[in-house]
Design a protein around this ligand. Sequence first.
Ligand SMILES: [Zn+2]
Length: 268
Amino acid sequence: MLVDSHVNLHAEAFAPDRDAVIERARAAGVARMIAICSRLSEADAVRAVVAPYDDVFPTLGAHPHHAKDRPGVTADEIAALAREMDAVAIGETGLDFHYNYSPEPEQRASFAAHVAAARTLDLPLVIHCRDADDAMADLLEQLWADGPFRFLLHSYTGGVDLARRGAALGGYFSVNGIASFKNAHDVRAVITTEMPEDRILLETDAPYLAPPPHRGRRNEPAFLPHVAESLAQIRGWTLAETAERTTAAFHALFDRVPRAAARRELKA
Ligand SMILES: [Zn+2]
């Protein structure tokens, strides 16, 4: 059993065959999926998209690209939206200085509001960080000083320093198809040496970042086993161990998501 911690299920790319995508994911052993919200104005759309499925759970948040859509958004506004849709996490939020689609001050303010909302609701935070390692590490430590919060550095492609400082604050990490891209030696090195073994999650980030052998095509959660295989190789774990560890880490962090039926039956 695997868990996909990051699917952009509301994406246009899935509009024609969303049910079939979910079916294929289930058939591939993906027992839980997190549907990521990346604009506050998209909350209703994400909620509608997850409604038919009892194994898909929504988040609520604004990607740094879209921080500029709601400058001055408050933690209370984010928390209210999250409550309304029964979000299991806040995000994705973060800093993206690669594209800088939103001005830096607005990215920072939006991120801080998301952190405060996550703290209030005791929900995990899904963090996107690109070309902003130092700023993110500083900000995490500053905001942490106001009170602890739980977070996932998703699609981790950052360096050693942010990984260490994030891990020191109890942060989790997620690995996707990038880990198996030919040139991603640095990403693999960080996975091997810096990510705590009990705090690594799997994700596809579908429809983006399809793992080999599907690279260049639309990604979907059914391809998650390829990501599991590459993580297993990188860490020297068996596939069964990889599934077990990443699923346990997922449930430790995303604690509002009920465990899959198979596990409940085992206990009964
Ligand atoms: Zn992201």
